[in-house]
Design a binder for this molecule. Structure first.
Ligand SMILES: Nc1ncnc2c1ncn2[C@@H]1O[C@H](COP(=O)(O)OP(=O)(O)OP(=O)(O)O)[C@@H](O)[C@H]1O
Ligand SMILES: [Mg+2]
Length: 581
């Protein structure tokens, strides 16, 4: 019940609403017993025929109004308790969502590598809803129904102790059945949630990759995959349904035995008709709250399963952020000392004993075959991953000694995969910490990124929406916006990972000029496949299987006739081929 305790701790601050809900629910509960009482009286009066005493005459006059009042009170109690509980549930949903989302923002990169975004999405949509609806059902049932039961049972005991005793023999039987069903529910709910996550994941993949699906004839593959998981979900739901409805049936059967027994017992003992009437009314009224109370297990299990899944995320450890250094300005001297790294979950070493010093203002170009570890190397600087051994120093301090914020505010990145937000061009450039930038600064960044021409041609210029992940822009346009964003940040360390790969030679040359100017007084890491973009770097390192195999200036490296010279030769023969072809 840890899950429930934690949920309660979230909603505990709404205790005042809870109290109101409890009062309303108790009022509601009392009306059931009240109704049974009125039935007793009614029978009594009807039985008395015309010779009513004074009290009975008075009651007869007021009974219709009494019943009306009773139901008004009942309706009010019902409304207030349901609404109050719904309010708490919606507020708790909002709070839970916020907590999960906030956690997503601080979780380490490796967390996202290990999970599909579909599953993470379904936690925020499906699981949160499950938790809240189950918790509110449980609370409302616990208060309203159990109180109703208490009142009704009390009244039944008052009417006939013997009969009541008999009725209560059924209760443990029902409890036993319920316990058994609860075990079934718990198992199914976990599976249903998993299959729901898979449905989201597969749909999301198909939506995001819709072009690939179309061109590579993935339709039947995708629909088969989807149908399989969809069917699995149906089967799980059906199993749960079987358990629930069988549970209902069994409960009803047990109740029927009870009623038959009661009727038999009534015929045996001598009981006033009015009392019998009241008793049976109470017993009938007892049934549905009792049923809900026995079904409560399903709700509890549903909530617990979803809650566990949520709290697992909330408890997931955030990025380690124990450093305290947060300098206003840094020089930008970067040093890798015997750095080795492998992605968690694998023991393939992606970087091997890297030693590298980059002086402030130096431009370092990193070349090497695809998969040689270039992106990995630069992703260690902003501490997207923690290294296994060795040290990475910035201005002589280990990156661990900086706070994450203190470290990252000095690093600008144009990554291999451009990520734009479904917002305006302007908001994408002046993103996050850059939100305070003036329009003039943004214009300057756009200009330097050689983006002013296409931005001006957009329907609303800087205020144009770029669409989901920037789909309304071309690849090269997206890349230029992401360069503009990096330029605007104006940080002492700049990482350009294939920053110009989507651009034509002409645009690249334009940006190249701007970038070169930009690189002047900052430490820059440039990764590029097109060697022409890196010939002017202060130094070039060549990577091969996670090691630095060559290092030097363009001319020197060409002269040594090693890896770089080979890459360069290939590049030129490619260009030749392109020109002649
Ligand atoms: N998130 C990850 N989890 C596990 N392994 C990874 C991950 N990212 C990359 N790798 C592996 O690490 C190695 C280096 O990848 P990296 O992205 O650094 O290469 P790269 O030099 O940037 O290649 P490219 O030129 O194609 O961008 C590859 O073998 C890759 O399979
Ligand atoms: Mg890469």
């Amino acid at each position: 019940m840890v899950v429930y305790r934690r949920l309660l701790s979230i909603s505990a601050r709404y205790w005042a609403v809870f109290v109101a809900v409890a009062v309303a629910a108790a009022t509601f509960a009392a009306t059931d017993a009240g109704f049974a009482y009125m039935m007793t009286i009614l029978t009594e009066i009807v039985g008395a025929g015309d010779d009513l005493d004074e009290r009975q005459a008075l009651i007869k006059e007021w009974l219709p109004l009494g019943i009306l009042l009773l139901f008004i009170v009942r309706g009010l109690g019902n409304f207030l308790s349901s609404f109050g509980m719904g309010w708490i549930a919606r507020t708790t949903i909002k709070e839970l969502r916020r907590r999960v989302f906030e956690r997503y923002l601080v979780l380490p990169t490796r967390f996202f590598n290990q999970r599909s975004s579909g599953q993470l999405l379904s936690k925020i949509t499906y699981d949160v809803g499950q938790v809240a609806s189950s918790a509110s059902t449980v609370v409302i049932t616990l208060i309203k129904d159990s109180l109703t039961i208490v009142f009704l049972v009390g009244y039944m005991l008052y009417l006939s102790f013997q009969l009541s005793l008999f009725v209560f023999i059924i209760a443990p039987m029902i409890a036993g059945i319920v316990r058994y069903l609860g075990v079934l529910f718990r198992r199914h709910n976990k599976k249903i949630q998993e299959s729901m996550g898979n449905i989201t994941r597969i749909t999301q993949e198909a939506l995001e990759a819709h072009k690939i699906v179309k061109i590579f004839g993935g339709r039947s593959y995708e629909s088969e995959r989807f149908n399989a998981i969809n069917e699995r979900n149906r089967r799980m739901e059906l199993r749960l349904l079987t358990a629930t409805s069988a549970g209902d049936g069994i409960n009803m059967l047990v109740s029927a035995f009870g009623i038959a027994g009661v009727i038999y017992l009534i015929s045996q003992i001598d009981l006033e008709v009015s009392r019998v009437m009241g008793f049976i009314t109470a017993m009938v009224l007892l049934m549905s709250p009792l049923k809900r109370l026995t079904n409560i297990n399903a709700s509890i299990q549903r909530g617990v399963a979803a809650g566990e899944s949520l709290f697992r995320v909330i408890d997931e450890e955030a990025e380690r952020d124990t450093g305290t250094e947060n300098p206003e300005r840094i020089e930008g001297r970067v040093e890798f000392r015997n750095v080795s790294f492998s992605y968690s979950g694998t023991n393939v070493s992606v970087l091997n004993d890297i030693n590298l010093v980059v002086e402030p203002g130096e431009t370092l170009a990193i070349v090497g075959r695809s998969g040689s570890g270039k992106s990995t190397l630069v992703s260690l600087l902003p501490r997207f991953y923690d290294i296994d051994s060795g040290q990475i120093l910035i201005d002589g301090l280990s990156v661990d000694e900086y706070s994450l914020e203190g470290l990252r505010r000095h690093i600008s990145l144009v990554s291999q995969e451009v990520t734009l937000f479904n917002d305006t061009v302007e908001a994408n450039i002046a993103y996050g910490g850059l939100a305070g930038a003036s329009t003039e600064e943004i214009r300057q960044a756009v200009l330097s990124a050689n983006a002013e021409e296409f931005v001006a041609a957009l329907p609303d210029g800087l205020a144009t929406m770029v669409g989901d992940r920037g789909v309304l822009l071309s690849g090269g346009q997206r890349q230029r916006l992401s360069i503009a964003r990096a330029l605007l940040k104006d940080s002492p360390i700049l990482i350009l990972d294939e920053a110009t790969s989507a651009l034509d030679t002409e645009s690249e040359r334009h940006i190249q000029a701007a970038l070169e100017q930009l690189m002047q007084n900052r430490t820059t890491f440039v990764i590029a496949h097109r060697l022409s973009t890196i010939e002017n770097a202060d130094r070039i390192i060549v990577m091969e299987e996670g090691r630095i195999v060559e290092s030097g200036k363009h001319e020197d490296l060409l002269a040594t006739a090693g890896h770089y010279a080979a890459l360069h030769r290939m590049q030129f023969s490619d260009d030749d081929a392109r020109q002649t072809g």
